[in-house]
Design a protein around this ligand. Sequence first.
Ligand code: ARG
Length: 586
Amino acid sequence: MASVPSLASSVNQRVADALASALPEAGGADPLLRRSDRADFQANGILALAKKAKANPRELAATVVEGIPTGDLIQEIEVSGPGFLNITITDRAIIETLAARAGDDRLGVPLAANPGTTVIDYAQPNVAKEMHVGHLRSAVIGAAMVEILEFTGEKVVRRHHIGDWGTQFGMLIQYLLEHPHELDHKSDEEVSGEEAMSNLNRLYKASRALFDSDEEFKTRARARVVDLQAGDPETLSLWQRFVDESKIYFYSVFNKLDMDIQDPDVVGESGYNDMLVETCKLLEESGVAVRSNGALCVFFDDVKGPDGNPTPLIVQKSDGGFGYAATDLSAIRDRVGNLNASTLLYVVDARQSLHFKMVFETARRAGWLNDEVKAVQLAFGTVLGKDGKPFKTREGETVRLVDLLDEAVDRAASVVREKAQDLTESEIAERAAQVGIGAVKYADLSTSAARDYKFDLDQMVSLTGDTSVYLQYAYARIQSILRKAGDARPAAHPELALTPAERALGLHLDHFGELIAEAAAEYAPHKVAAYLYQLASLYTTFYAECPVLKADTPEQVENRLFLCDLTARTLTKGMALLGIRTPEKL
Ligand code: ARG
């Protein structure tokens, strides 16, 4: 497991050394290297250094160029414009660097220099409620961040902060108590997720109807909330049945999403009940929170309501009840104090940003967050329908996530069936799931999380454009070439001259490690998606311009197979980070 320095970082080092020795008294400068259309890289750092040292930039550039050795890594280096350096890499260095990557399981991607522990809060649906597209976003983006961070060597602890507590349970529990067989299962049969959810829906509707029409039931339901909060065993065991029934449903959806959610990581709101009193005490004693009309509140200078009065974060209500904020503050204490987190990452809808802003600021004032421990909300936008309005059914109801996923898989099945002549029905079904679910995930991950995005199944399963299907096809095509190669094996030949399409593909392949570091640091899985799309596009150009199996010499065949193989491995790895499968055949 050797990490391979990228071409960019090797070039950067050379230029930095030359900048430092050209003007030793100026103390060096960042070369500001970037990919460029004119050459392979352009370095713009000379301008700043010249300014600092009051030197002529073009003259300085000429001195710097003299100090940079060429031949092995750098083919050519020339000064352009006011003092930019245009740098071209040797073909040899490209293939040699890629060969070193190919020899490594991690494709040469370095581990982070100072990994920490990130607790990531994602995939957090609510008990006794249907999952919707918002829960999909949190799950998909969160799972991708888990993989990306782990790939950089970060220790990741998953937390599924499910909504499993609150006054709404009084009504449900009371109803179940009065209709004790409503959640019974036929003993030896396993309940499907679908059935579990329909049981919960039925109970929810029935208890709601009673609650709204029957004053006495309402009173009993309210008393039940008090019993629940007091930890009455019978009440708790009924509550547990709702949680268990919901988990059957959640797991069935996560399973459909091809997502691995582990029970010990499901620590819902109720998991922090024991800490709530202490949290309030700490906040009140330190003066971070104050009593206002009986409620325990935290005030902020910059958070005001429409009337201009400050809107506080309410940690404890005047009736003594605790809400969402008290739970989240307690969860912070747990994650920092017991799980030793250095970063808390919350993958939650942007509409909860004010809540997190206030919660984080409160935790900072209390000293639970500080320079060593930071908290970040990876806030995501709303899922819109094709019409650009929040995603609803024709009847104006929230779309059930399961229906959406099923439809995506159906559409994918027809795409797969149309393309594949030699697949059996069960293979088609398997591919359809991989393509359909991949399409939904990719559509979510390929725009930056903060933006709203349109849920458009036709576009998602399209074979062309920025879709996962396009990437999966690129991968499958490479596999088919590798199968057809017969005795020819992928092998790097650094002595060969490269075509422009080979160079472009090679330079992009080499950028994978830096891209991962960037996506991890910025919590930006969409950068991985954009990288992969460009990789597939560059591969398509390469494939169109460079015959692989019919190349001129056996060495060239091997070298091109080598580029194909490394492209395929990079695609699979990148897609896996996004939670998307790459079938061998499509
Ligand atoms: N269950 C919440 C919802 O469905 C999301 C929970 C987010 N996480 C948190 N720690 N508050 O909106």
